[in-house]
Write a protein that binds this ligand. Structure first.
Ligand SMILES: Cc1cc2nc3c(=O)[nH]c(=O)nc-3n(C[C@H](O)[C@H](O)[C@H](O)COP(=O)(O)OP(=O)(O)OC[C@H]3O[C@@H](n4cnc5c(N)ncnc54)[C@H](O)[C@@H]3O)c2cc1C
Length: 423
């Protein structure tokens, strides 16, 4: 392992946000680092984050951060306290990228360009002398004593390393290079990989409302997720923007809601959309009464010309189960209450998640029970470390997933560089 005479030699597998920060920081601390990336470009996924704007962290306290981590938040206690959101922001700004904080403490580059963050991290690696090798690593090379000596690709063996940091990411957006290679490598040295499911992902539904309103985006709605197997308990509620699409529903509200639908079972969850969250039932009834008075001689089919977007009117009327040619003046109080109820609780039955390849993050991965939380060091293989999404860690939207990558990478880099100090 590293000593005063020789520099610690570290191989980092994967040039995403976790890999670049781990490599750059280990090199900054004095290690001799090689970063292996299968693509010819570093950080391909990072470059498309935040709709191309990169919500790189959330300007919150470590405690708030942990509350926003969906799986295994406590595991991150040490890492986030040693490299917090403020540290991420300071690092990225020191690399020449000014930042701004938006609604919900979401942090973005002032330029709104994710590529600025990619280039900054690449520069961080290069200025500290990281050697970047474009090759797809397929295996860890393990010695008889169980430690790793290096890594192997289809082309060649790279040996002579004191430590390996595995940062190959999850399974989502495989076109960016994240195809789950790291899971196999971790398993090959005895790690358990927990089942991987999509998170922050669109939700499928066979309901005709979704099909018939495909493409319609609703702003300023509230969404509640109801678990029918838990006495109709509301397991999530938020306000914002959503989208109807060919498969069901999506958009920011739905992606956030999706992290709460566990375990996924077809038909178990109901997403209830409040189309008029600013009005309570009484105020909405008043509004309906006044609209219905104004249009009393029209047919029911025209009842919602002012209240609902055009695409939603027909499917909504179908749901009301009131004949379309019924005169508005003959709508009964009971029917009006039913309409009110539907406007406040438009139900969409969820049949499943969209495929993991379309998810923003992968939930599940290398079990954190087999990783030391202070150092990100493997408990199965003494000179193997992990950082980022390859581990069984994921969070809500808001910059938390990238902060997971950064704080775990920082911890792994420190520990791998000073490996002796942790023996
Ligand atoms: C569309 C989209 C938008 C997102 N927006 C945000 C956002 O705004 N904020 C946020 O916090 N999170 C966001 N995320 C999530 C975030 O991008 C990930 O959590 C984060 O990129 C994980 O970082 P990572 O370094 O662990 O893995 P990755 O970013 O997946 O990087 C892994 C790298 O390893 C390389 N690699 C894989 N296998 C090998 C191999 N065998 N050999 C060599 N290299 C290999 C890959 O090519 C890749 O470059 C978004 C995700 C998506 C898909």
């Amino acid at each position: 392992m590293g000593n005063n005479m020789n520099k610690t030699k570290i191989a980092v597998i994967g040039g995403g946000p976790a890999g670049m920060l781990a490599a750059g920081h280990a090199a900054e601390l004095g290690a001799e680092v090689t970063l292996f990336e299968r693509n010819t470009l570093l950080g391909r996924k990072l470059g498309i984050t935040g709709k191309g704007r990169c919500n790189l962290t959330n300007d919150c306290t470590p405690d708030e951060f942990i509350k926003n981590v969906t799986a295994n938040g406590k595991f991150l206690f040490s890492a986030i306290n040693r490299f917090s959101s403020a540290d991420t922001m300071a690092l990225i700004e020191s690399l020449g990228v000014p930042l701004k904080t938006e609604r919900g403490k979401r942090v973005f580059p002032v330029s709104d360009k994710a590529t600025d963050v990619v280039l900054a991290l690449k520069h961080y690696c290069l200025k500290n002398g990281v050697r970047i090798v474009c090759d797809r690593i397929s295996e860890l090379i393990q010695k008889a004593d169980g430690t790793l000596s290096g890594v192997r690709s289809e082309k060649k063996d790279y040996v002579g390393y004191d430590a390996v940091i595995l940062c190959t990411g999850g399974l989502s957006y495989p076109i960016t290079g994240s195809t789950g290679d790291g899971y196999r490598m971790a398993e090959s040295v005895g790690h358990t990989v927990t089942p991987r499911i999509p998170s922050l992902v669109g939700l499928c539904s066979d309901d005709f409302v979704c099909r018939e309103t495909m493409g319609l985006s609703l702003k300023n709605v509230a969404v509640s997720v109801i678990d029918t197997k838990k006495k109709n308990k509301v397991i999530y509620r938020d306000f914002g923007e959503m989208l109807f699409c060919h498969f069901g529903i999506s958009g920011p509200l739905v992606l956030s809601a999706s992290a709460h639908l566990r375990p996924m079972e077809s038909g178990r969850y109901l997403v209830s959309i409040d189309l008029k969250p600013a009005l309570d039932a009484q105020a909405l009834d008043k509004r309906l009464l006044s609209d219905f008075e104004k249009y009393k001689n029209r047919n029911f089919i025209n009842a919602f010309d002012e209240l609902l977007p055009a695409k939603l009117r027909e499917p909504f009327i179908k749901l009301c189960a009131i004949p379309t040619d019924k005169k508005i003046h003959s709508i009964t109080a009971e029917e009006r209450h039913r309409i009110c109820e539907l406007l406040k609780n438009l139900p969409v039955t969820i049949t499943g998640f969209r495929p993991i390849g379309e998810a923003i993050v992968t939930s599940g991965g290398v079990s954190v029970k087999e990783i030391e939380p202070q150092t990100m060091r493997s408990k199965k293989c003494p000179n193997l470390y992990f950082a980022g999404e390859v581990m069984d860690l994921d969070a809500y939207t808001g910059g938390f997933n990238l902060q997971i990558a950064f704080c775990t990478a920082h911890a792994a880099a420190e520990a791998a560089t000073n490996a002796d100090a942790f023996e």
